[in-house]
Design a protein around this ligand. Structure first.
Ligand SMILES: Nc1ncnc2c1ncn2[C@@H]1O[C@H](COP(=O)(O)OP(=O)(O)OP(=O)(O)O)[C@@H](O)[C@H]1O
Ligand SMILES: [Mg+2]
Length: 180
């Protein structure tokens, strides 16, 4: 599974969608598990405490594992701010590829795709990652993309390169099974 982690507005959803489209174009079955949809459909009862965020990650990792077991490439796009929870997901998956979607906080605040930074900075939202809640960056992500310094297409290319390097994509133009 491919696990994208990063600050709000860093580019996780954008890259997950691009990666999903690219892999589908290569004949792979793909499911994108995006934080917003996950919270709407799978974990709607959970909030934003550390315990709830960790439980959110645990449930998504479990579902992604089920998909992976059937040859589906699970692309997870979640802030997933706590390192230990991500490492737990990694430990449970034979093919975990962690992508650090890295972007300077100032640029994330400038983008403010959903207008939530503005509200968090105004004190209207508690436990907002990057403002009033911690983000623990990965220490050994398989790939780090700097979305404040490169285009989405370039970031996608770097993720694909990393997947290719790890033998996850098969030979060019083929659709070898996801290695596990
Ligand atoms: N290299 C890049 N990769 C991804 N997004 C980029 C890049 N460069 C600029 N952007 C822009 O940054 C924004 C990222 O928004 P996106 O919704 O993908 O963030 P997110 O990480 O999913 O945020 P959230 O955690 O709030 O869901 C988009 O407007 C996108 O076009
Ligand atoms: Mg998103």
């Amino acid at each position: 599974m491919v696990w994208l982690t990063g600050l709000p507005s860093a580019g996780k959803t954008t890259l997950a969608r691009l990666l999903g489209d690219e892999l589908r174009g290569r004949g792979r079955a793909v499911e994108v598990l995006d934080g917003d949809e996950v919270r709407r459909h799978l974990t709607s009862g959970l909030g934003f405490s550390k315990a709830d965020r960790d439980e959110n990650v645990r449930r998504v990792a479990w579902v992604a594992g089920l998909l992976a077991r059937h040859g589906v490439v699970a692309v997870v796009a979640m802030i997933s701010p706590y390192r230990a929870a991500r490492d737990e997901a990694r430990a449970a998956s034979p093919d975990f590829v962690e992508v650090h979607v890295d972007c300077a906080a100032e640029e994330c605040i400038r983008r403010d795709v959903k207008g939530l930074y503005r509200r968090a900075l105004a004190g209207e939202i508690a436990n907002f990652t990057g403002v009033s809640d911690p983000y623990e960056p990965p220490l050994r992500a398989e790939v780090t993309v700097r979305t404040d310094g490169e285009s989405p297409a370039r970031s996608l290319g770097r993720i694909l390169d990393a997947l290719e390097e790890r033998g996850c994509l098969g030979a060019a133009g083929t659709v070898a099974p996801w290695t596990s």
